[in-house]
Design a protein around this ligand. Structure first.
Ligand code: NAP
Length: 471
């Protein structure tokens, strides 16, 4: 057999999941000069880009321009996209091992972490992940409903996802109308009666997970203002000492911004974003639906590792709210026939090499990148070095002869099987056609794009494009 990775016997890699980490893995493989390689990228949706399309907030359009980089990667003739193909349903791990020397899982963190408190599943209590997917036109979430007739809302958690949710709830319809927010979400938010948004953090201002631009942006909204109660910004001695050490500049700046909000006179805007630090929800109260959230006041104590963690004091408060968004982090979902560490919500791995079990031995030829590898942290760019690390281990294994040995390592063979399993495969050219249609629909309304939110509509739009109605 000719050597693997040569023109006569190219290395064939399947990547599952077309988000940033999947694209960066493909990119690093395609950049290997001495390597003949073919990369096939699968996604269960017809649309690529993962959270760049389905997660990044619609009012953060600039961040989405990173997709140009992904389009460049996809333009390489050694790259193929198989959209609308679901791993585990249309194609299994056993199937792929017949066609590829290696599989890289890049499926992200598709669900929410739970708070495990009474009332969490009452109507009106939602994971932020679902709200985000809904306003971003994700086909699986587009039919959800959120009761925006409620005047008071609690958003639990102080990360950047919480900031996104708060902004989308607090912006005016006019501000949202220039974004690519889903059309039905724009319509629902147009009729929103939300007036007070409580932003609940279990630790203090110096430990908030949001970044400086995100907390600053809340103060720049057209018809919403941030209210930081003065007592909320009083730091405890441990936090004071932490900030004085000066190691965490972002935390120092976060506190400065919050202090500016605290002394700002009220502006009389329609919507108020009210901070509550050092509180943990202990119950979501309601009979038929959410009526209030009960929180316990926390104090900060030092852990053995030096970090400051919250400890409940026993003093509680009930905040009347009609809607709760739980924004306490994402979690990975197990894939069929792929090892999974349910405690951490990730695929067990060592530098991206999948382990048959936690602390077990590597599963040859199987790799992982992105949030399903390391957990839901970091910005889009964090995925680049993360994917490079994994692909470098894959290349080490290539040189050590430790990859899979597929029976039919050919594109024709995989496409033959896919044609039997999924009649509506979306190619990258198909996606680019959809992309253009969405952009044109948006341009007509002065918006960056008007997204399709149903897979059937995407397929119909493509059919119309390919077979224009005759006269
Ligand atoms: P995150 O940054 O990890 O924030 C999670 C928040 O939930 C923290 O405030 C955390 O508090 C809190 N929390 C966790 N468990 C809790 C519990 N049981 N009760 C109360 N609060 C709890 O997660 P994320 O906001 O989902 O964001 C995920 C990643 O995406 C982050 O790296 C984020 O920066 C990134 N992202 C970036 C952008 C952007 O750049 N604009 C936008 C969206 C997301 P503790 O700190 O006390 O644990």
């Amino acid at each position: 057999m000719t050597q693997l990775g040569t023109t006569a016997n190219p290395l064939r890699v399947a990547v599952i999941g077309a988000g940033p980490s999947g694209f960066y893995a493909a990119d690093h493989l395609l950049k290997q000069k001495a390597l003949a390689v073919e990369v096939d990228l699968f996604d269960r949706l017809p649309t690529p880009y993962g959270l760049v399309r389905g997660g990044v907030a619609p009012d953060h359009q600039k961040i989405k321009s990173v997709t140009k980089v992904y389009d460049k990667i996809a333009a390489d003739p050694r790259f193929r996209f198989y959209g609308n193909v679901e791993f585990g349903r249309d194609v299994t791990r056993a199937d792929l091992s017949q066609f590829y020397h290696a599989i890289i899982y890049a499926t992200g963190a598709q669900t929410d972490r739970r708070m495990n408190i009474p009332g969490e599943d009452l109507p009106g209590s939602h994971p932020a992940t679902e709200f985000v997917a809904w306003y971003n036109a994700h086909p699986d979430y587009r039919d959800l409903t959120f009761d925006l007739t409620q005047e008071a809302v609690a958003v639990v958690g102080m990360g950047n996802v919480a900031m996104d949710v708060i902004r989308i709830l607090a912006r005016t319809p006019e501000e949202l109308a220039t974004t690519d927010i889903a059309d039905y979400a724009l319509e629902a938010l147009r009729h929103s009666r939300v007036k007070r948004i409580y932003m609940l953090g279990r630790r203090g201002p110096a430990q908030a997970a949001f970044t400086n631009p995100e907390i600053k942006e809340l103060g720049e909204l057209e018809d919403a203002e941030v209210i930081v109660p003065p007592a909320d910004i009083q730091l405890d001695p441990l936090s004071e000492a932490f900030l004085a050490a000066g190691a965490d500049k972002a935390a120092v700046r976060n506190v400065e911004i919050l202090r500016e909000y605290a002394i700002h006179p009220p502006q009389g805007k329609t919507r108020q974003i009210i901070t509550r630090f050092l509180v943990s929800p202990v119950e979501i109260i309601g009979t038929e639906r959410v009526e209030a959230i009960k929180v316990v006041k926390n104090e900060l104590v030092q852990s053995d590792d030096g970090s400051l963690r919250p400890r409940a004091t026993g003093e509680t408060e009930i905040i009347p709210v009609g809607l709760v968004f739980r924004s306490v982090g994402y979690s990975g979902v197990a894939l069929p026939d792929v090892p999974f560490d349910a405690r951490q919500g990730v695929i067990p791995n060592l530098q991206g090499r999948i382990l048959a079990e936690v602390n077990g031995s590597p599963a040859a030829g199987n790799y992982v990148v992105g949030w399903i590898k390391r957990g839901p942290s970091g910005i889009i760019g964090t995925n680049k070095p993360d994917s490079v690390e994994t692909v470098d281990r894959l290349l080490d294994d290539l040189h050590a002869g430790a990859l899979m040995q597929p029976a039919t390592p050919s594109r024709a063979a995989v496409e033959k099987l896919l044609a039997l399993r999924q009649p509506n495969i979306i190619t990258y050219a198909d996606w680019q056609c959809l992309d253009q249609i969405e952009s044109q629909r948006g341009a007509a309304l002065g918006r960056p794009r008007l997204k399709f939110s149903r897979i059937d509509d995407m397929l119909a739009a493509l059919r119309n494009q390919k077979e224009p109605a005759g006269d």
